[in-house]
Ligand binder design. Structure first.
Ligand code: DGL
Length: 264
C-alpha cells in the first residue's frame, strides 16, 4: 500500500465534513480527498435512480483518477440507496453511513425516537430493516427535512440561520402525536450535526442527538489498521460544481484541514 494513497470521503455537499471531523481525531496523518457533488446537490429530493446513477458514476471515475485506499460515502441518502451497488462495481473497500437507529434505541428512555433525514433517506427500506432489527417495540417518528440541507450549506458559508427556518422544517416531527415523549433524535443526514445548536434551540434540552460519524470514523480506522500514512500534498476539497461556489465555503473547508480547492 502506497503511504500517500488517500482516503476518499464523498457527499453531495459539506455534510460529510462532520464525518471528516471525527476521522481527523483518529487518523490525523491520513491523506484525505473530500469530494462534494455540488452539481448534484441536493440528493434528498432526487429519485433513487438519479442518486444511484450519480453516485456510482462519480465514484467509479474518482476511484480511477485517485486510487483511494478506501472510500467513505459520507452521506446517508447516497448510502441507503446506492451502497450495495457501489460495492458491487468497485474493488476498493467502501464504508457507508448507516442511520444511528441502533444506538438511539439503546439510549431512549421514553421509547420515542425521531429519525431526521432527507425525504429520500426516510423512505428507504434500509430504515425499515434497521427499525425491525433494533427498534422493535419503540415508536420511530421518521421525518424528511430536505430544507435543512440548504440551511447547513448556508451556515458553512458564514451566513446566519434563522430559528424560524429550522422550526419550519420540523413540522412533521413536532406534529406527530408522540412528539411530546421524543427524547432521542437520530440525525440521519450528515449535514444535520452542523445545525445541532439550532436544532437544540428548537427542540429543547430533553432531546438528545445521535449520529453515525464517530462509528464511521472507528470503522475506517479499523479497516486501515496497520497501514502507513504520509501526506505528500495538502488535503484536497474537490467539487463537481463551480469553483466560485466552493470558494464561499473555503473557511469551513480549511477548518477541517482541506486547504487545496479543486473542481472535478
Ligand atoms: N448529506 C446528505 C445525507 O447525509 C444529503 C444531503 C442532500 O440532500 O444532498 O443524506
Amino acid at each position: 500500500m502506497d503511504a500517500t494513497s488517500p482516503l476518499l470521503l464523498f457527499d453531495s455537499g459539506v455534510g460529510g465534513l462532520t464525518v471528516l471531523g471525527e476521522l481527523r481525531k483518529l487518523l490525523p496523518d491520513a491523506p484525505v480527498i473530500y469530494a462534494a457533488d455540488i452539481a448534484g446537490l441536493p440528493y434528498g429530493t432526487k429519485t433513487e435512480a438519479e442518486v444511484a446513477a450519480r453516485v456510482c458514476g462519480l465514484l467509479g471515475r474518482m476511484a480511477e483518477r485517485w486510487h483511494p485506499r478506501l472510500i467513505c460515502i459520507a452521506c446517508n441518502t447516497a448510502s441507503t440507496i446506492a451502497l450495495a451497488m457501489v460495492r458491487d462495481v468497485l474493488e476498493v473497500p467502501i464504508v457507508g453511513t448507516v442511520p444511528a437507529i441502533k444506538p438511539a434505541a439503546a439510549m431512549t428512555r421514553t421509547g420515542v425516537i425521531g429519525v431526521l433525514g432527507t425525504e429520500a433517506t426516510v423512505r428507504q427500506s434500509y430504515i425499515d430493516r434497521l427499525e425491525a432489527d433494533f427498534a422493535a417495540g419503540k415508536t420511530l417518528i421518521r421525518h424528511g427535512a430536505n430544507g435543512l440541507v440548504a440551511l447547513a450549506e448556508t451556515k458553512l458559508r458564514g451566513e446566519a440561520v434563522a430559528t424560524e427556518d429550522v422550526l419550519a422544517e420540523l413540522g412533521g416531527l413536532l406534529n406527530h402525536p408522540a412528539a411530546g415523549q421524543l427524547d432521542t433524535l437520530v440525525l440521519a443526514c450528515t449535514h444535520f450535526p452542523l445545525l445541532a445548536p439550532e436544532l437544540s434551540a428548537v427542540l429543547g434540552p430533553q432531546v438528545t442527538f445521535v449520529d453515525g460519524s464517530e462509528g464511521i470514523a472507528r470503522r475506517i480506522a479499523a479497516l486501515t489498521l496497520g497501514q502507513s500514512f504520509s501526506r505528500a500534498t495538502p488535503d484536497r476539497a474537490v467539487t463537481t460544481g463551480p469553483m466560485e461556489d466552493w470558494q464561499q465555503v473555503s473557511g469551513a473547508l480549511g477548518s477541517y484541514g482541506l486547504h487545496a480547492l479543486e473542481t472535478f
